[in-house]
Design a binder for this molecule. Structure first.
Ligand code: CDP
Ligand code: MG
Length: 398
């Protein structure tokens, strides 16, 4: 159980002001959350209650000691999104769940949640969609992702524990030979589930002993063996810090090239519906080259800025902004000389209903729900391709 000292005082106040679980007949989960209020440039703290029986939420303003949001049914939050470290969106506010609000919630929802590092090695980066499909079907979610290319010395640092082993230099050489994708996976027993999914280190052994495993299906040999998974919680913490450092701008760089490219964003609704692997598979199967890939948590101000050209032009502009900042999205740089036009055609008409009638094999026909939750954004005008890619990979990844 993780109760930080920072939250301790707040928790005492909360526990004395809020109704105790012992008198509570109905299941209720409590969290301490923080919301960055851009207008006041302040971090505001709320307690968030979630009632699984009817999917309603309630918010309590910690500083002012008053109800902020009366209990209201809210379909966009699901119990599986509720764990410390995650971000949820409540009526357009992105709330960071910073701690459990009571012991009951911590016991019930917090016990086995883990984060681990999954590294997709250069041999299967083009098959990342297939690997993601297996990850999602094992009830893990991807909370961070970044395509990067390690230098020899970065790879040697990452594998420092193996530096005296005979295979060390081959391993480091291979891992730094091409792009890799680092991901933070989260879920119950994420570390052991991902290692089990990978299977034995040698792909040939994996084919004999664990034929369903990722290495059995996609690996070549002992070195070209698809991926890496942290082997302890301490290793996971170190390895996550290596790729996703808490200090901005210190991790290995992204792989964007900013020439002959277009921008694709897999929207938050598609990520939370577990469609990421399918969408990446469709993109690769259609022959597009993904030259950069990264997940972002876009805040409202940045979403407004990114969609600025649609303001006053497209009636859906406000909802598009809300969708883009409603959870993590995945941004891709698609590389190819005529990529803006051909990729746009491949995405299909903006309205998935129309797409399903006119262009049933396009991404939006296959994975979109409506004009706003239409699975992907793609650059409209060819001359904007580089600019949109730069917005994410240069400015926001800064
Ligand atoms: O990756 P995993 O944790 O399953 O295995 P490891 O024993 O920690 O080794 C790290 C990596 O070194 C493996 O994934 C292999 O790519 C490589 N290795 C090798 O090439 N030959 C070996 N005899 C053992 C490991
Ligand atoms: Mg290992």
């Amino acid at each position: 159980m993780r109760f930080t000292t920072v939250c301790h005082v707040t928790k005492l106040i909360l526990e004395s002001t809020c109704i105790d679980m012992r008198f509570y007949q109905e299941d209720r989960y409590a969290f301490l959350t923080e919301w960055y209020d851009p207008t006041a440039a302040l971090l505001r703290r709320y307690q968030l209650f979630y009632y699984p029986k009817d999917g309603s939420v309630e918010m309590f303003d910690v500083k002012n000691q008053r109800i902020f949001l009366r209990r209201t049914k809210y379909d966009e939050i699901h119990q599986e999104d509720l764990f410390v470290g995650n971000r949820v969106n409540v009526f357009s506010r992105q709330l960071n769940l910073i701690d459990y609000g009571d012991q009951y919630t911590a016991n019930k929802l917090g016990s086995k949640k883990e984060r681990t590092l999954a590294l997709i090695k250069p041999d299967v980066v083009t098959k990342i969609g297939d690997v993601l499909e297996l990850i999602y079907s094992s009830n893990l979610i991807v909370t961070k992702a970044k395509m990067t290319k390690l230098t020899w010395s970065q790879a040697a640092d990452f594998y420092v524990e193996h530096q005296s082993k005979p295979f060390f230099s081959n391993l480091v050489q291979f891992v730094s030979s091409g792009p890799v994708v680092a991901m933070e996976l989260m879920g119950d027993e994420a570390m052991s589930i991902w290692r089990r999914l990978l299977g034995p280190a040698d792909s040939a052994v994996a084919r004999r002993e664990a034929p369903q495993s990722v290495r059995a299906q996609f690996g070549t040999d002992g070195i070209k063996n698809v991926g890496h998974g942290s082997d302890s919680l301490a290793a996971a913490a170190r390895e996550l810090e290596f790729f996703f450092p808490s200090t901005i701008g210190h991790g290995p760089s992204n792989t964007a090239i900013y020439t002959d490219c277009t921008c694709c964003i897999i929207k938050p609704h598609a990520i939370s519906e577990g469609l990421t692997g399918k969408i990446l598979n469709s993109i690769s199967a259609a022959g597009f080259e993904i030259s950069a890939l990264q997940m972002f948590n876009v805040d409202r101000a940045n979403a407004e800025e990114f969609y600025e050209v649609y303001k006053g032009v497209v009636t859906e502009y406000p909802s598009m902004v809300t969708e883009l900042c409603s959870g993590p999205c995945m941004v891709l740089e698609i590389h190819g000389t005529d990529s803006p036009q051909t990729f746009r055609e491949f995405c299909g008409p903006a309205d998935p209903e129309i797409a399903r009638h006119l262009r049933p094999t396009t991404l939006r026909a296959l994975y979109g729900k409506d004009k706003v939750k239409n699975a992907v954004h793609c650059t409209d005008l060819p001359e904007d391709g580089v600019l949109e890619v730069q917005y994410f990979f240069k400015i926001l990844d800064g």
